[in-house]
Structure formats: C-alpha cells, structure tokens
Design a protein around this ligand. Structure first.
Ligand code: SF4
Length: 391
C-alpha cells in the first residue's frame, strides 16, 4: 500500500529562504487555483489504480494548504476522499502556517478525517520571523496552537528553525522552551539552508564572510548552529521526546508514520504540480508549473517534468535505503534489506562498514544497523560512502 502526498503550490507570500515550488497568492496566481484543482481531479482519477487496496497515510503539504480559500480546501479534500480509500486508522496530516488558520478551515479538516496537523512556527519571536519574511507573528503561532487544541487536534507537529539571521543561542532556547510548553506530540527542528535563487541567498550567499552575515542580524556561525542542535537534542530527550530521526522528535507512539514510510523505503504516490512518486522502482516527478500540469492532463498525458520517468537501478535503491534508513534511530533492518533486495547488506557494503569500524560509527543491535548517535549531525560524509560503496 503506498502513501499519498498531495502538493498544494500556494502560500500567502514567499518566505525569503524558500526554494519549494509554491506561488504567493497574488491576483494573478489566484487564477491558478481552479486549474490546479481541475488538474488534480484528472490526475487522481488516473492514479486510483496505483492504490487498489487504498493508501497507508495521507500528507497534504506545500506550499501552505491552509492558504487556500475555504471552498477550494473543501474541493481538494472532496477529491481525495472520492478517489482514494485509506487503511484503517490511517494517519492523515495537513500542513499549515500561522496566519492562515481559521476556525472554519480547521473544522472542515476535522470533518474530512484529518487527524494530524503540522504547523510551521519556525520561531516564537517576531524579529526573527520578520528577518526571514514569514507572514505571521509569534502571537499568531500561539493562537494557532491553541485553536488546533480547542478544535480537538490531538496530534500536532511544530516546525522550528535554527540558524536564522539574528538568532542567538538564548533566542533559540526560548523558542524551543515555548514550543515544549504546549507539549506538541511531535517537533521538527531544521537548520536554515541558503538556497540559490532565494532572497536570503542574495543577502547571505557569500556565507559567513559576507558583509551582512556578521553583527546582530547576521547568521549564527557553524559552531553556534551545532551547539543549538546539540542543546535541543539533549533538552527534548530530557522532556520525554524520542529523537527518532535526524531532525525529528516525537512523544512515544507519535512518530510521523507518513515520513517513516519514506525513510524505510516504502512506495509513495505524490500528486499535484511538483509531486514525486516512487512505485515499483519507477520514480517520476510532476512539472512545477500549474498551467503546464493542467495542460498535460487535459491532453491525456502524464504531467511529468523534463526528466520524465526514471527506472531506479537496484544499486540506487540499495544506496537510498542505507542513506535514508541511517537517518533513523532504528537504522536499517538486515532482514528487510535481504527480503527487498535478495542480498545481505554486509556483502554489498562490507567495505564501508569496515572502513569506519575503528571510528565507532556504526552500531549493530540484533537485526539492525544504525549510526552512532554522536555522528547523527555530521553523517553526510559517511552516508555518501554508500553511493560509492555498492557494486
Ligand atoms: S510558507 Fe513554507 S512553502 Fe510557503 S513560502 Fe514559506 S517556507 Fe515556502
């Protein structure tokens, strides 16, 4: 059973650091919403066959799904419910941002069975939020959490960011402490990335040597960012959260099942412009353009981007399983690896494991191989070895 992701490519306005595919809702882009929904209707009808037994979990992401006007959100949810069935007690998440949550929209989501909400708080500090072009205030984030709880959302994720311009260690601690005071079931902590083509990249793209990168509104340096991460891990674990993935923390039993599916190498269907699917080792990505997406579907074609479909080699799949699986505290199961690929992972990656043996990088517990906790944040170099290591 695959999971289902539906991409909503609209936000109120673009944040300064964002490289995801989404349109700020100007008068021009508002005209795209009906095309988007019409395209989605055609695409969903085409993909029912990919989930004959239904889907295991749902994630409506973006963009900002809650930026859609109420009647459009209703239409979107109707399309999903009409076209797909769900596993019993399936996790159904919607993302949203403070400043776009209304009582009516949240009640609607609950009525359609959305049982998890992921709120993009980023920081409980107006100055930091302004520094990266977020549309909302810290108070709107507080009000959002409260409204979600009042309306019965019992599984909430809060996203927070560290490494923001002007963010000191003490401001980071304040945001984490405030987030914890609401006892969310899940927390995602992401470091700010400077993505080319974004306003923030233009401001700080020269990295820490750039003129604007120092001073009170500059970027915290790498050491400070590492300290922020380390402090948060310790603090959240003391507060009872499981650090179950590099950037993700959950109260026991509230790990995000949808994302666990990606990290464990399960199949997924991603619909909407920019959506990515991987079924039976075929990966495909939809075009990031609402008009082109709609036009392809209207002509009876798949709305793919210029890369089209890619048949992943066994080698690619194995490397991906290692790279994603080792982000998880639970690591990679030897048995599952053998079942899925017909070979023992030690036969494929024995040389990588051997190379890092003295440095204590990997831990084998029973049927599982995982990364030593102390390497969790510096793991990219080690994980890249798995791309080279196969074959
Ligand atoms: S709200 Fe999220 S998706 Fe939209 S622009 Fe900001 S970071 Fe990007």
């Amino acid at each position: 059973m695959p999971s289902l992701y539906v991409h909503v490519p609209f936000c109120i306005q673009k944040c300064d650091y964002c490289a995801f595919y989404s349109h700020g809702l100007t008068d021009y882009s508002k005209e795209l919403i009906p095309l988007y929904l019409e395209g989605l209707e055609m695409e969903m009808a085409n993909h029912q066959k990919d989930a004959p037994q239904g889907v295991s979990s749902l994630f409506i992401g973006g963009g900002t799904p809650t930026a859609l006007p109420l009647e459009n959100l209703d239409h979107l949810l109707k399309l999903i419910i009409r076209n797909f069935s769900f596993a019993e007690r399936a996790e159904k998440t919607t993302e949203g941002n403070p400043g776009t949550l209304t009582r009516e929209k949240l009640i609607l989501l609950r009525e359609y069975g959305i049982n998890r909400f992921s709120l993009g708080v980023q920081a409980f500090d107006d100055n930091l939020l302004r520094n990266v072009g977020r549309i909302h205030s810290a108070q709107q984030a507080r009000d959002g959490v409260q409204l979600l709880r009042t309306l019965g959302f019992a599984n909430i994720n809060l996203d927070l960011m560290f490494g923001l311009p002007g963010q000191s260690m003490s401001l980071w601690k304040k945001s984490v402490e405030e987030a914890l005071s609401y006892r969310p079931e899940h927390l995602s902590l992401y470091g700010l990335m400077l993505e080319e083509g974004t306003p923030l990249y233009d401001r700080f793209g020269e990295g820490l040597d750039g003129a604007e990168s120092t001073g009170a509104q500059g970027l915290p340096d790498d050491d400070v960012q590492a300290d922020m991460q380390e402090w948060a891990v310790e603090h959240l674990e003391k507060a009872g959260y499981l650090h179950y993935e590099t950037s993700n923390f959950a109260l026991p039993g509230f790990e995000c099942r949808h994302n666990l599916g990606y990290w464990r190498g399960e199949e997924y269907l991603g619909l909407g412009p920019g959506g990515v699917s991987c079924l039976k080792r075929i990966r495909q990505k939809n075009v990031e353009n609402v008009r082109a997406y709609w036009a392809s579907l209207h002509e009876g074609k798949e709305p793919l981007d210029e890369e089209g479909k890619e048949m992943l080699s066994l080698e690619d799949c194995m490397a991906e399983r290692m790279i994603l699986g080792l982000r998880l505290r639970e690591g990679v199961s030897f048995t599952k690896f053998r079942e899925d690929f017909g070979v023992d992972l030690r036969n494929i990656y024995g040389d990588v494991l051997e190379r890092y043996r003295n440095r204590d990088c990997f831990v084998i517990r029973g049927d599982r191989l995982s990364l030593n906790e102390k390497y969790a944040f510096v793991a990219n170099g080690i994980l890249r070895e798995f791309v080279r290591g196969a074959g």
